[in-house]
Ligand binder design. Structure first.
Ligand code: AMP
Length: 397
């Protein structure tokens, strides 16, 4: 039995179903410019309406800080949702009180209603008991389909789950399945690729991964800090020299826990941080004082590819080099494609997410072949850090 209650466990017919979704979509001039988040919630809405329930959507938009702010209304998102769904979508200009209650009463079974921005009320972010009660009064069932907001214990992401029978929506369910298979109960060995700019922003993540994975491949700017910590000259590379002792601690912890750390063995260096800057490939111990490391070299790519052949699960966060600048995207692209190919070949389960990772994998043309790419950002990172996400915990059986 899955660890989480899902829509398969819910009796939806004739019910008022309060669904927490992510409608925090990018907008320009009142129009939705990227509908990825809308597409993600359609299966949940259709499951509810198809079963004869009323789908009543709760969401935040922007950061109105507990006050009504017309510029952060969810109203402009409604036409885009209706178009994607292929059905009318009603709107209530408050998420609690009379406007919400009236709109819900008027909504037919199988209908869809969007309630105004939950963050127009200070009680949302405070998870205030009276606000939770006001929301709970509007529904019979609570469904959370917003993994991206699950790291916050707000009224609509956590509080409500304790007041109404609570279930994971379809997109939440896919995310939880992917995450569970990647780190909680993975097929071993597990390899993690961690790249990106700085060690300081990923300390907790590295600490958690050394305890959970068998091989930890470190790339990107953060690898420079590890190389410097081993006494190597990294020239004028992005490097947090003050974190050398921390990097050494992480390496010692990893070795104590049986986690193998893989660092670049060769690097691509340039004298300026710019696309197409003149560059050369050198072993890691031959970086000159006036050079900076912008990518991992071909020997490192081969080394990582060889490691990939020894594992059954891959977790990925962060680019392997300065991937926005051609040709310093080469290692990110080659390694992402290798993971994608082994996944498509049925050899690997691969889960990626957080920050620039989605952009990097899209740039590599690799995202589609990964088993799962999370667009959740902060929630995905907190999960990689081993933190319990309040919105997820509230859905456990
Ligand atoms: P993060 O948000 O921590 O995942 O970092 C992503 C950023 O790290 C991207 O903008 C990359 O360009 C940058 N990055 C990766 N490797 C390097 C490097 N060797 N030198 C400078 N920046 C890098």
């Amino acid at each position: 039995m899955p660890t989480f209650r899902t829509l398969d466990d819910a009796d939806l017919a004739g019910k008022r179903v309060l669904v927490r979704v992510d409608l925090n979509v990018p907008m320009d001039g009142g129009r939705v410019t990227d509908d990825t988040r809308i597409q993600a919630i359609l299966p949940t809405i259709r499951a509810i309406t198809g079963a004869g329930g009323k789908a009543i959507l709760l969401a935040h938009f922007g950061r109105p800080k507990g006050q009504r702010d017309a510029s952060q209304s969810l109203a402009p998102v409604v036409p885009a949702l209706a178009e994607s769904l292929g059905q009318d979508v009603a709107f209530a200009d408050d998420c609690v009180g009379e406007p919400a209650a009236k709109a819900i009463a008027a909504l037919p079974a199988g209908g869809v209603l969007v309630l105004e921005n939950t963050r127009f009320h200070a009680g949302e972010e405070k998870n205030a008991a009276d606000f939770v009660q006001q929301l709970a009064a509007l529904g019979d069932i609570y469904v959370n389909d917003a993994f991206s907001a699950a790291h916050r214990a707000h009224a609509s992401t956590e509080g409500l789950a304790h007041q109404l029978p609570a279930f994971a929506g379809r997109s939440m369910q896919s995310e939880l399945d992917a995450l569970t298979h990647a780190l909680e109960a993975p097929k071993r060995p597990v390899l993690a690729v961690v790249g990106g700019a700085k060690v300081s922003s990923k300390l907790e993540l590295l600490g958690n991964l050394t305890a959970k994975v068998d091989v930890l491949v470190i790339g990107g700017g953060m690898a420079n800090t590890f190389l410097a910590a081993q006494g190597l000259n990294v020239g004028k590379s992005l490097c947090e020299h003050d974190l050398a002792p921390t990097a050494r601690e992480i390496m010692a912890e990893a070795s104590a826990k049986g986690c193998q750390i893989v660092l670049p063995v060769d690097v691509v260096v340039a004298k300026t941080f710019a696309a197409n800057a003149p560059h050369r490939v050198v072993p890691v111990d031959q970086v000159a004082d006036d050079e900076m490391i912008l990518d991992a070299g071909p020997a490192t790519i081969e080394l990582v590819k060889a490691k990939l052949k020894t594992v059954k699960t891959v977790v990925w966060n962060g680019p392997f080099g300065a991937f926005e600048l051609v040709p310093f995207d080469a290692a990110t692209v080659a390694i992402a494609q290798a993971v994608a190919q082994r996944t498509a070949g049925g050899h690997l389960l691969s889960v990626a997410g957080g920050g620039d990772t989605v952009a990097a994998l899209n740039h590599a043309g690799a995202a589609e072949d990964f088993s799962y790419v999370s667009t959740a950002g902060g929630a995905f990172l907190e999960w990689l850090e081993g933190k319990a996400l309040p919105g997820v915990e509230a859905l456990r059986r």
